[in-house]
Design a protein around this ligand. Structure first.
Ligand code: 3HC
Ligand code: NAI
Length: 693
């Protein structure tokens, strides 16, 4: 065996040379890996006894892509293009032996190999679009030459990983080899090719499939139209489509140039910077500095949920989906029956859409037990409370749980705003208490805010993180404060939205600006969807806010056909002349002189106070890092991922600009805009939230 460099070795086995890469954790295409590829192939070819090369990786995966952490830094070592040309231009066949995931630049390496074999568990994909990019090393030009235009369009714009069997079916993989026997299988395959004197299959020269789509722009037009909603706001999907068009309409080398140009545009833009930042943020969020990965965890085999309302039902479904039995407790039989029926209905609807079988539905329902007796939670390892948002009730429930549930179990509350420490004080084991703040619908929304109480123990935190992952959530650990991270920042936006419609904007103006910014919907459309009467009481209502006025008129949102908007039978929203009149009257009553409010002001008034509140959250240590706050907003509130979250957005605009605006607003409108100390400090030092360590 010859050592090529610190990550590559070459072993000659008869007529086959095996070039092995070993660059943990994922064999990303760092400079040493690129060097190793180019040098390894060259060295193999220098040996005249060698008739074929197998390219294989150690560790858990084949090359998982370019080294994202190198992006934006000065180039080093062999360029990826030179490495790829060394492979594709080799005078003997190179066979890629794939296990784990061949992603992005990794699949592009495999596409320059002359043949590809894989184990059945392997997956291939071009996930660059998820980083706001496109495959920049020939992937968009080579992939359609093998799989055809339609499949290539889907793969590059979705970024999804495709299983080895499906890859084999579409010709992306030439042969499957036995699981666990990749090296031997690949060597045998290489020997076969040599014996059969098979030609060097260079994907760049395979033109049949791209020529078939030439002169058919309707393929692309239809694809764009069908996916317009999915791609809204994102630049990368369109650039990816343009590259596939180039593959169809231009000679290979011209297509490569077009790909390069579009790649560089994306790479230097803010969207990709945001999406790459989110990639690392999603991984950092799981790390808790004082709770190391080897912290002891508590085995969770049985879960209890208290309250079978909107949240309790959804929470229970998460565990049932993960195969964990749940007992759900209610106070009254009819509430329990309603809750269980809703869960069943949700599963049956999923089954109707073909995403579950009837047997799956029964299996899940079979693991769910409803009861009116809290005592039945005695043997649970984890209990999540989702009763009414009322401190007295929550404390009573936790006092009872303390007496009933076995020691060592985790006692969690799904409270949205209440003080977790006060709830914990109702027990003699506050170390076992933690907040598990799900987002509605709890079985759908990915975010889970884990609220660390003053006394929550490390095993309780570590287990909560582990369980969150197990049920498919993304968890951010936050501290106790009113509304925690997400709702605390949301309150800033809500306040400004309400003020703006008094001062001169209309609800649909505010909604349009935030929709165009990239949110799935604006705050008023959101309120109509959720129901304006959440937390509203007829008895206490005194026409003191627009919401009260609307509820008093029975305009309670989509469910009553009217709220801030008017709705037709299909629930399409239309700006409401009635609401417009009501707002004008209400503003007049309040003595507000309405004025024209620009879209820029709407955006700045809604978003900058959120950034400022995020800074306060950091200052108070209620979030571990600014990127955790961004994760909360992306996964819990639909903040557009291509803007990286509110804190990243603040960094992108420049904290000095955010600060100046906050000061201006403070001067005009008062203390609500007072800048946080951290914002002042960072802006003064010319630093960003991202620079905080
Ligand atoms: N570059 C740099 N670091 C990477 C990386 C990459 N491409 N892919 C993963 N890592 C790092 C992660 O940050 C993580 O580091 P940490 O342990 O310090 O947090 C570590 O590798 C392990 O990653 P995961 O925790 O994600 O491990 P999993 O086993 O869950 O997943 C994976 C493995 C499926 C390979 C996943 O990491 C992944 O999807 N990676 C990104 C793949 C990708 O997007 N490739 C395209 C890159 S862009 C490109 O190739 C451009 C080209 O066209 C020119
Ligand atoms: P809900 O009113 O739909 O459900 C609460 C259920 O708890 C009711 O079915 C009620 O009968 C039951 N209940 C009340 N006291 C009980 C007791 N002592 N024992 C057993 N069951 C009892 O309320 P929802 O919306 O599900 O909220 C529950 C909790 O989740 C609240 O703390 C809320 O703040 C929080 N939350 C709500 C979100 C939402 O969007 N609805 C989002 C995130 C958290």
């Amino acid at each position: 065996m010859t050592v090529i460099n610190e990550v590559a070795t070459l072993a000659v086995e008869g007529e086959v040379a095996v070039l092995t890469l070993n660059s943990p954790p994922v064999n990303a295409l760092s400079a040493p890996v690129r060097d190793g590829l180019a040098l390894g192939v060259k060295q193999a070819m220098a040996n005249t006894a060698v008739k074929a090369v197998v390219l294989i990786c150690e560790g858990k995966t084949f090359i998982a892509g370019a080294d994202i952490s190198e992006f934006g830094k000065p180039p080093k070592g062999t360029s990826l293009f030179d490495a790829l040309n060394a492979i594709e231009g080799a005078s003997i066949p190179v066979v890629a032996a794939i296990h784990g995931t061949a992603l992005g630049g990794g699949l592009e390496v495999a596409l320059t190999c002359h043949y590809r074999v894989a184990v059945p568990s392997a997956k291939c994909g071009l996930p660059e679009v998820k980083l706001g990019l496109l495959p920049g090393a020939g992937g968009t030009q080579r992939l359609p030459r093998i799989v055809g235009v339609e499949k290539a369009l889907e793969m590059v714009t979705s970024g999804e990983h495709v299983g080895a069997a499906a890859c084999a079916e579409m010709g992306l993989v030439d042969a499957l080899v036995d699981e666990g026997k990749l090296r031997d299988g690949a060597i045998a395959f290489a020997r076969k090719i040599v014996a059969e004197k098979r030609p060097l299959k260079r994907v760049r020269d395979m033109n049949e499939k791209v020529e078939a789509a030439r002169g058919k722009p309707e393929i692309f037009a239809a694809f764009r139209k069908a996916n317009a909603k999915r791609f809204r706001g994102f630049q990368a999907p369109e650039s990816n489509i343009k590259c596939i068009e180039a593959a169809v309409n231009l000679p290979f080398d011209e297509g490569l140039k077009a790909e390069r140009k579009l790649f560089m545009e994306l790479m230097t833009g803010t969207q990709s910077a945001a999406q790459r930042y989110v990639f690392f943020a999603e991984r950092a969020v799981w790390k808790v500095p004082d709770v190391p990965e080897d912290t002891q965890t508590i085995p969770i085999a049985k879960v209890g949920v208290i309250g079978a309302g909107t949240m309790g039902g959804g929470i229970a479904m998460n565990f049932l989906n993960a195969g964990i039995p749940v007992t759900i407790v209610e106070t009254k039989q009819d509430a329990l029956d309603r809750g269980l029926a809703t869960i069943r209905k949700n599963y049956e609807n999923t089954a109707k859409r073909g995403r579950l079988t009837a047997a799956d539905v029964e299996k899940r329902m079979g693991m769910l037990k409803g009861t009116l007796a809290l005592e039945e939670l005695a043997d649970r390892d984890l209990v999540i409370e989702a009763v009414f948002e009322n401190m007295d009730i929550k404390k009573e429930v936790f006092g009872k749980l303390d007496r009933i549930v076995k020691q060592g179990a985790i006692l969690a509350t799904n409270t949205s705003y209440l003080n977790v420490d006060e709830i914990a004080s109702a027990t003699k084991r506050p170390e076992s208490v933690i907040g598990w703040h799900f987002f509605s619908p709890a079985n759908v929304m990915q975010l889970l805010e884990l609220v660390r109480g003053e006394k929550s123990s490390k095993p309780v935190i570590a287990t909560s993180m582990q369980m969150a992952r197990k049920i498919g959530k993304i968890a951010a650990l936050v501290g106790v404060c009113p509304g925690f991270v997400g709702n605390r920042m949301l309150a800033q936006r809500q306040r400004e939205a309400q003020k703006l419609i008094l001062e001169g904007a209309m609800p649909w103006d505010v909604d349009r600006v935030l929709y165009d910014f990239g949110f799935p919907m604006g705050p008023f459309a959101m309120s109509d969807l959720a129901g304006l009467d959440i937390g509203w009481s007829k008895e206490k209502s005194s026409s003191s806010t627009m919401r009260e006025i609307l509820c008093e008129m029975d305009r309670r949102g989509q469910k009553t056909g009217a709220g801030f908007y008017d709705y037709d039978a299909e629930r399409n929203a239309k700006p409401s002349p009635v609401v417009e009149k009501l707002i004008l009257e209400f503003a007049a009553k309040k003595g507000v002189n309405r004025r024209t409010i620009s879209d820029d002001e709407i955006l700045e008034r809604c978003v900058y106070p959120m950034i400022n509140e995020g800074a306060k959250i950091l200052e108070e240590g209620k979030a571990i890092r600014s990127s955790d706050i961004d994760i909360v907003w992306i996964n819990g509130y639909g903040w557009p991922v291509y803007r990286g979250g509110p804190m990243f957005y603040g960094d992108t605009i420049g904290l000095d600009k955010v600060l100046a605006k906050m000061k201006q607003f403070e001067g005009q409108m008062g203390a609500e805009f007072a800048p946080s100390k951290l914002l002042e400090k960072l802006a003064g030092e010319g630093r960003r939230f991202q620079d905080l360590k």
